[in-house]
Design a protein around this ligand. Sequence first.
Ligand code: F0G
Length: 423
Amino acid sequence: MSTSLDLTAPTPAAPAVADDGVWLACIECGETYAPFESIRYTCDACDGLLEVRYADPPTFADFEGRERGVWRYADALPFDEGVSLPEGDTPLHHVPRLEDEVGVERLRIKHEGMNPTGAFKDRGMTVGVRVAKELGVGRLACASTGNTSAALAAYGARGGMETLVLLPAGKVASGKIAQAALHDARILEVDGNFDDCLDIVQDLAAAGEVYLLNSLNPFRLEGQKTIGLEILEEFMADHGTYPDRIVLPVGNAGNTAALYKCFRELVQSGALAPADVPKLTGVQAEGAAPMVEAIEEGNDEIRRWPDVETIATAIRIGNPVNAPKALPGIRNTGGTAISVSDEAITDAQRALASEGVGVEPASATSVAGLRKLRERGVVAPDEQVVCLTTGHLLKDPDAAFEAGNDPEPVPNDAEAVLDHIAE
Ligand code: F0G
């Protein structure tokens, strides 16, 4: 069956509800909506997920000559500028030792931890908070495993708006709570997991109490699309080709959906040949892997995992709400999904750190997943791969202490210190 989520789906014709060539469409039934007239997260008709659509999808030439960062890609976004700190333009690191060890032709690390609040969420929030202003809403809210709450708090503060965040009690890394606290969010700790928090915040949004800025909000994913645009532009500039594969951590599967949307729009405009689209490869922790289960079993629907646990608390998620957008992304690009143990995650975190790249545990799943897929022969030795690292090391100081060296007490005396280091 051909759907609007096919890699080669044609550019849609603008419906009457379009505003300057932009509208919302349901990915399930195709119903269309005006983008900024009223608040809507899912389809009124069938409850399906919504997507932002454009009459004029972007080409790379549209971006030339513009400053780097998320808003370089304004031609792929619903606005020309947003509430900005600014965000994007993150490094694409060469990691030669890891590249050798994994055994691929080329490995680059796109370190999204270098965004203003230390995670890729900032790319989504710069657009999402701009849309909130357009809609004239009062209070912003999200459920979060931590990073979304930090980004929402910072961008809400930047936009002069009230923010409310719902967090699973005892399961959020301290750096992230510290950010939400200092950026003046009201922090509500729920006795439940992330999926429970998301259920509650959706009810608050349905009651009209808050504007929801989780990745269920289609505008968030527009900002996150720019990760793909940056990777493609930079890889082509450096190496004269596009990467064969992009490996990324998966929680709610918003980023996977966003990258796929980026590729589809470039294919629509003719800027990217379908054969050049990187294989989207998702990685989850073994204790929270419903997407991997769906890919392995060939299911279109996700089975919600009621009990999830992993050291990678950012992706401790049992009900990835963007799965209907992300599963076609993995399948239609020839990608795959794999789960990795907490031990493998910590090993990968150390390996990245030993090349100077400091990431939080969830981020290291991409590298752990690539290692496992290479060992299994799913990833070939001649592949050019980009691994996404989604959050900064300082987000989760406790995990860093656990994975790293212990401090050594020494006397307050140079001779004694010399003796100690000689031991
Ligand atoms: N990596 C990090 C560091 C994250 O914080 C998240 C999601 C993901 C990966 C997964 O991304 O949901 O798009 O598949 N964190 C959300 C939060 C859930 O609340 O901060 P996804």
